[in-house]
Ligand binder design. Sequence first.
Ligand code: CO
Length: 214
Amino acid sequence: MKKLKILFENNEKWVQRKIQQNPEYFKHLAKDQDPSYLWIGCSDSRVPANQIVGLEPGELVVHRNVANIFPHTDFNCLSVLEFAVNILKVSHIIVCGHYGCGGVKAAMEDHHLGLVDNWLRNIRDVYARNKQELDVIEDQKQRYNRLAELNVMQQVMNICHTTIVQEAWFNKQPLSIHGWIYDLESGRLRDLKCCFSDIEQVEPIYRVQIRSKD
Ligand code: CO
């Protein structure tokens, strides 16, 4: 008996639906991809990237990890960024956090979960940097939600600090990095209005002097 039978049945139904709408659907999809967006989001099962923004397969490059973090030395993040920017030439990168994020909450608690504590250290750093603002928020849920927003903004900046983004800007490739937050309770996205699309918006200490290759 096939394991996880229901998932294979669902898959077959989905294939049939797609073929009914367009008999050439998979033939076209298999040929190439031309997405305009890269999504960096949380692994949380309640935040499915494509569904939230109504995009079809082939339209959105997706990278998800615990608490949508983009550490500047993470090869997984850097590899997907390089591929999306240099090869697929996406013009928008979206970092999308969400309210009620378990990763953000876990980062604020002092118990030992394991390896993930080292990953979540990135969020503790965001907290430390914004301690003054966060400590005056009395309601814990609101405080964690604000931290989720600040975490998004920090990851947006981390992406802007990479040589990959700065090289693209140097080469006049149109590229904007956006910070959004998703509200699990309403299903709505909110723009955190921290959009970066120019090297002038980056603090000088993080600017890399890129020289023309020719
Ligand atoms: Co989360």
